[in-house]
Design a protein around this ligand. Sequence first.
Ligand SMILES: *Cc1c(COP(=O)(O)O)cnc(C)c1O
Length: 395
Amino acid sequence: MNYLTHLECGYCHKTLPFEKAWNLCPDCAKPLLARYDLDRARREWSRESLAGREATMWRYRELLPVWDRRYRLCLGEGWTPLHRAERLAVDLEFDNLYIKDEGVNPTGSFKARGLAMAVSRAWELGTTVLSIPSAGNAGGALSAYAALAGLEAHIFMPRDVPAPFIAECVSHGAAVTLVDGLITDCGRLAATGVKEHGRFDVSTLKEPYRLEGKKTMGYELAEQLGWTLPDVIIYPTGGGTGLVGMWKAFAEMEALGWIDRRRPRMVSVQSDGCAPMVRAFHAGAEFAEPWAGARTIADGLRVPAAVGDFLILRALRESHGTAVAVRDEEIMADTLRLARTQGIFAAPEGGATVTAFRKLREAGWIRDGEKVVLFNTGNAYKYIHLYPTDSEQTG
Ligand SMILES: *Cc1c(COP(=O)(O)O)cnc(C)c1O
């Protein structure tokens, strides 16, 4: 059983049939969201039926967009551990701290969730050639799932991305184009190929299903916390799919009767070298202006403009959350703190959530006794050039 009914534009609310592959809304060029018959799902499906299911994101298949199980590409994505971070909490003089460790996903980051979903659905709809601009991890994840399905993948990456990101794509048989510029420049070049060669664009939020993969983080969090949610979620934000996806998951779960109305305060953390969402949030803007000269060691956060900006900003505001910019030096120090205290060898994006936590604690925004979940979105291995090799360098 699958409850998908249609697609709906997140901005102008135009509805579209799901039987066809769509990119952005044909009327207003904003992201499309998958909609389900939640009333019917509420009557026919219960959270108890999840017990004993596979330990991957596909355990929530009734509310995922792939109909035929033969198209569900699986390398083991999702159902990642939620650790009680006791030693880190002691170090930070706090109590109720958790880490959702997305670094154990296939391809080393939570991009696996979104791309597994997008490639599965595109494959089911008969698409054979896929294209993506990527700051790093998305390209690797697309390459892996395209290889598994036997589809063609075209990846456009900034020339200065660290070599392991490129090697991963090339090894999986993808066609990689290195671009002088940022991910936005890669996007422009990819768009030319999409137009001229009829490739399907799986850029962040430019098709509706990567979001559906990432929303499973919200379902998992609730299930792992016994169908409750934390007080605060801190999320390293680039294109914002995970944050927007979890926010969507919470609304779906409430409609299903699985959780109550209480929501976590959602926090976006970005590097101060590329913080368009932080700037727009504090300016009270509906959309974010593109960030000029984006620079950060956290490749996943080097996203100067996001097509889903208004969805990110909405989720932050509706949740009474906030947005924080942190410095790269602090990010690296906190990434190593995570490694030393919790045994988690995190990507810098994960370390950034620790920095944001410290700042929000100092400011009194996070209060004693609150339950806080940090998202470590990837592991360190593709960024290994940033990490110390001499024990003198670790503080
Ligand atoms: C892509 C990426 C992010 C940003 O994710 P969004 O959901 O697009 O905001 C964060 N961390 C890592 C490791 C990433 O690869």
